[in-house]
Design a protein around this ligand. Structure first.
Ligand SMILES: [Zn+2]
Length: 216
C-alpha cells in the first residue's frame, strides 16, 4: 500500500530539485546532481555574539533564496532533508563538536498557522545525519513580528529580545549546543537564543543555518 501511494504521489507530484526544480532522477535525493555540485563545499563562517561561531553551507541569494522562501512560506517541508545534507556536511567539515542539537522555535501561534516548524525539521534531519540527539530547549513565548519584515539590525535585536526562554535548563546545563535556524541574516535571533541558553548554564553554543545572508 505504501509503495502504491508513493508511486501515485510520484506520478502526480514528481520529485523536483529543491533549488532549480528540475525533475530528479531516481538516484538523486532532494537536489539534482548539478545543484549538488554547484552548492557543495561552500561553508560560510561568521562571528556572532554569544556563539563560538556561526556556519552556513549556502549563501542566501538566487535559487537558494527562492528555495528557502518556498520552504518557509509555501509548505514545502520536504526541503528540510535536502538542506540538512548540506548543513551536516558543513558542520562536519568545520570540525564542530557538540553534545546536543536544538533549534530556534516558532511561537505556538505561528506554528499553528504554518503547520510545521521549518527550523525543527532542519535540526532533526541534521541530527540524524550527525548521529546526535535533538531536543527542544527553547520556547518562543511572545508572538513577535517576523524578523524578515524588519530591515535594520538594531530593530531586529530589539524584536528578538526577551521573547525566548529555555524550557529544559537541566538538559542545557554544561552542554555544547548546536543551535539551528533556517536563515541567518543579522544574526539577532540566533544570538538572542544563544544568550538564553548560556544563561541556562550551557558550556558553549555554535550557531548554524542552512543559508547565510550578509546584511545589506
Ligand atoms: Zn537542481
Amino acid at each position: 500500500m505504501k509503495k502504491l501511494l508513493d508511486w501515485l504521489l510520484d506520478l502526480f507530484y514528481p520529485p523536483r530539485c529543491a533549488f532549480c526544480r528540475r525533475l530528479l532522477r531516481e538516484e538523486e535525493k532532494g537536489v539534482c546532481r548539478f545543484c549538488r555540485k554547484t552548492y557543495e563545499n561552500r561553508c560560510i563562517r561568521r562571528e556572532l555574539a554569544h556563539c563560538s561561531c556561526c556556519v552556513a553551507p549556502l549563501s542566501y541569494e538566487g535559487a537558494v533564496r527562492d528555495s528557502l522562501l518556498r520552504y518557509k512560506f509555501r509548505g514545502v517541508a520536504a526541503y528540510g532533508a535536502a538542506y540538512a545534507d548540506f548543513l551536516a556536511k558543513c558542520i562536519d567539515e568545520s570540525q564542530i563538536s557538540c553534545d546536543i542539537i536544538t533549534w530556534v522555535p516558532l511561537s505556538r501561534r505561528r506554528l499553528r498557522r504554518r503547520g510545521y516548524d521549518q527550523a525543527r525539521i532542519l535540526a532533526e534531519e541534521t541530527a540524524k545525519r550527525l548521529n546526535l540527539p535533538c531536543e527542544k530547549l527553547l520556547e518562543k513565548r511572545v508572538d513577535t513580528k517576523p524578523q524578515s519584515g524588519i530591515r535594520d539590525a538594531e530593530s531586529r535585536r530589539k524584536n528578538a529580545k526577551g521573547v525566548y526562554v529555555c524550557c529544559a535548563p537541566s538538559e542545557a546545563e554544561g552542554k555544547h549546543i548546536l543551535l539551528i535556524d533556517d536563515i541567518v541574516t543579522t544574526g539577532a535571533t540566533l544570538s538572542e537564543c544563544a544568550a538564553v541558553l548560556k544563561q541556562a548554564g550551557c558550556a558553549a553554543v555554535v550557531a548554524a543555518a542552512a543559508a547565510s545572508r550578509q546584511q545589506a
